[in-house]
Design a protein around this ligand. Sequence first.
Ligand SMILES: [Zn+2]
Length: 88
Amino acid sequence: MADCNETLLEIWRFFDDQLSEAARADIESHLSECTDCLQAFDFYAELKSVVAQSVRDDTIPESLKIKIFECFGDVLAEDDGSELTSES
Ligand SMILES: [Zn+2]
């Protein structure tokens, strides 16, 4: 079973659908028993949706969007493809 460090490291990949079935099951079982990691998981879920909204927000400067996208692009990619990069 995954420990906390391992779980926290894998959470992004979990959201990104990059994990094998076994690895996902491992994390899910850890989350069901570990409140700390579950809170982190919820935080990442919320962060992901905030980031996804922010890149669509016209009041945010383009340069900042690019920075956000550089940090989180992999996570967002599955949501809206190349929307941000095709904007120019
Ligand atoms: Zn944990």
